[in-house]
Design a protein around this ligand. Structure first.
Ligand code: URP
Ligand code: ZN
Ligand code: ZN
Length: 478
């Protein structure tokens, strides 16, 4: 058998096992896993880990912010940063703003993404205006285009939908085999806290964290899970930031509901004390849900180890610290009109590897599951992406477990101009990223051009044998 490229002598890691093998790649796909494979082009992977490339399944790229302005990254810079960070696939959001149709939204994001990404990509659709036409025509049409996941918001005035609308979208998603994702925070609690803070003149960025209490997340996650159970639809709670929220996910799953969970590095590595900075500097660390505290970090790590979370995503939401981004509403703007989010698409995997695998919190297969395989399964990409198997795309990352680095804005390759993880020392780094067998990044240099990345038509959501539990009231013949 002849190959275009062989990765030789590495330790292959999948979500279920580790084994020594060469990987033969032909026409962009894994063609063989074996010994003594050879090709005119070979990569020496001795003493390295060879894994499925990361799938970044929560990123805001070329997206208009709810407070005005645009993310600092477009599909080129966002995907390049992702590739340097060991990812081979990205799934950012296509955001429907009120008054926009879904088809119009997807066309807009197509125009932003086509020819721009260095990595294969898809979108999750954000639904903020579920009109009758959206529910009956446009969502099913989006699904037919292979966009099989949707995000809903329970907060943000310009994005939130009410509970009845939530149930409508869940029902459509269930009917068509799509996965609903939810940003779960109680809008009323946030508004009430915000009004009190503003009434006391407390407008600095650090007060953003107080305005989004942990209870707002707990209440909304509980409500979201109840709605998913009423419809018996699968639901993924994104960016869980509290122990209470994580416990709700864990308990719902244990009780048989098709509930999934995601958390993010910022909740594992940063605290709200990082926001306590002079002037507007704290705005760099503003995100929703907000940063919490050290006890929360410890609890979220325990939940990762217990299997509560299926994915650890970056929630990359890059805004520059200037008038194009965080300060679009003025140099002294109150926290209420500062764009939420922070960059992190390039730092996600080095941090998770170093602090997870390196510190004995995660096994290597668990790292692969959390960074790649579970996202591929949830979002309809397995087995094309997210695994090392014959016939899978050769989307592969080679890690040097001994390489040391320091995270810094200068080595993140994004456009935000800062990194919230500045100065973090990491051991273990991705040294080569292959997309469909092509070197995208090798030894610190970019080799792919914008446009290498292709749009991915994703399969239906498949819960496998996990069927959920119907509630009796849904049976009208009772
Ligand atoms: O603060 C964040 N994470 N902003 C991005 C939008 C979102 O809700 O994920
Ligand atoms: Zn969100
Ligand atoms: Zn987000």
């Amino acid at each position: 058998m002849s190959f275009d490229l062989v990765i030789k002598g590495g330790t292959c890691v999948t979500a279920s096992e580790m084994f020594e093998a060469d990987i033969g790649i032909q026409d962009g796909q894994i063609a063989a896993l074996g010994t003594d494979l050879s090709a005119p082009d070979e990569i020496d992977a001795r003493d390295k880990f060879v894994m499925p490339g990361g799938i970044e399944a929560h990123a805001h790229i070329a997206q208009n912010s709810a407070t005005g302005g645009m993310t600092a990254d477009d599909y080129t810079s966002g995907s390049i940063s992702a590739a340097f960070g060991g990812n081979t696939c990205i799934i950012p959001f296509a955001a429907q703003h009120r008054g926009m149709g879904v088809t119009e939204t997807l066309d807009l994001y197509d125009s932003r993404a086509q020819g721009a990404s260095v990595l294969d990509y898809s979108y999750h659709l954000i639904v903020s205006d579920p009109t009758e036409k959206v529910l009956t025509e446009e969502l099913p049409a989006a699904f037919k285009r292979g966009i099989t996941s949707f995000k809903l918001f329970m907060t943000y005035d310009k994005m939130l939908i009410n509970d009845a609308q939530f149930l409508d979208v869940l029902s459509v998603a269930k009917e068509h085999g799509a996965l609903t994702m939810v940003h779960a925070e109680n809008a009323g609690m946030i508004k009430w806290m915000t009004d009190r803070l503003l009434a006391h003149g407390l407008t600095a960025p650090k007060y953003h964290a107080l305005s989004h209490p942990a209870l707002a997340e707990e209440e909304a996650i509980h409500r979201a899970i109840c709605m998913a159970k009423l419809v018996d639809a699968p639901l993924l709670i994104v960016h869980v930031s509290t122990p209470e929220g994580a416990a709700l996910v864990q308990n719902a799953r244990a009780a048989g509901a098709t509930i999934y969970g995601e958390t993010c590095p910022q909740y594992l590595f940063l605290t709200r004390e990082d926001m306590d900075k002079p002037g507007m500097e704290g705005a760099a660390f503003m995100c929703s849900p907000p940063l919490r505290d050290k006890a929360t970090q410890d609890s979220l790590w325990q939940h990762i180890q217990a299997g509560t979370f299926d994915v650890v995503s970056s929630d990359h939401s890059p805004y520059c610290m200037d008038e194009t981004g965080k300060l679009a509403n003025g140099p002294d703007a109150p926290f209420t009109v500062i764009a939420n989010g922070m960059p992190g698409i390039g730092a996600r995997l080095p941090l998770l590897f170093s602090e997870g695998v390196g510190k004995g919190r995660l096994t290597l297969p668990e790292f692969v599951a959390l960074s790649s395989t579970n996202a591929a399964r949830l979002y309809g990409l397995l087995p094309q992406k997210g695994t090392l198997a014959i016939g899978a795309d050769a989307d592969i990352v080679i890690w040097d477990p001994a390489a040391k680095g320091v995270i810094s804005a200068q080595n993140q390759h994004d456009n935000a101009g800062y990194s919230p993880f500045e100065g973090w020392e990491v051991t273990g780094l991705p040294i080569t990223t292959l997309s469909r067998g092509m070197r995208v990044v090798e030894q610190g240099a970019l080799h792919a051009k914008a446009g290498h990345g292709q749009f991915l038509v994703r399969a239906k959501f498949d819960a496998g044998s996990r069927k959920g539990t119907a509630v009796p009231e849904q049976n009208f013949d009772l």
